[in-house]
Design a protein around this ligand. Sequence first.
Ligand SMILES: [Zn+2]
Ligand SMILES: [Zn+2]
Length: 200
Amino acid sequence: MSSRLLKVDMHVHTHPFSPCSTTTSHEAVEAAINAGIDVLVFTDHDTIWSGHEIDELQQWAGHQLRILAGIEVSCLEGHFLVYGLDTIDGLRYNMSASDLILLARRRDAAIVAAHPFRFSMENGNYCYKLDIDAVEVDSSNTTQTAGALARKLAEKRGLPRIFASDAHSPCDVGRYHTLLSAPIDTISDLIRGIKTANSR
Ligand SMILES: [Zn+2]
Ligand SMILES: [Zn+2]
């Protein structure tokens, strides 16, 4: 019997942690509930929410959706979503992707290439050589051309495809989501889900 599938938006930016975002965390929660999202994952730029901050927001949100936190790390080669880090220790702005991957592997975190062909072909192509767990193939910041290249990357590498909003405003929260098997209650559940996404 297959388990229930949950709608997961695992790439959302909030203000003020991401200065480029106009969405407060409360607005993001309300927008996610309205969009029918089951699991909302904040991935602010080079910043990570503490467990205490997430717990407080989860209490405010109630049981309608689960809130988790990852991080979007700005590397020389492009942006990477990392799930499973509880501190930014060891991270540096514009560090190399290979250094980030080493650090993430030591902490059993999952790494997803965020909008890999958004900035340039070269940066996206670099992902062919990296030890990543999945590829974001569609988001509110992915053009058709970049999305097609990302799908090709995922297919050639045999990597799971991630759909996520990359929302910076409330109207984009939940616009894209990935279906993952329940339960997704913890970051470990999310990591397991990412690694097996689209495998059904
Ligand atoms: Zn980005
Ligand atoms: Zn982003």
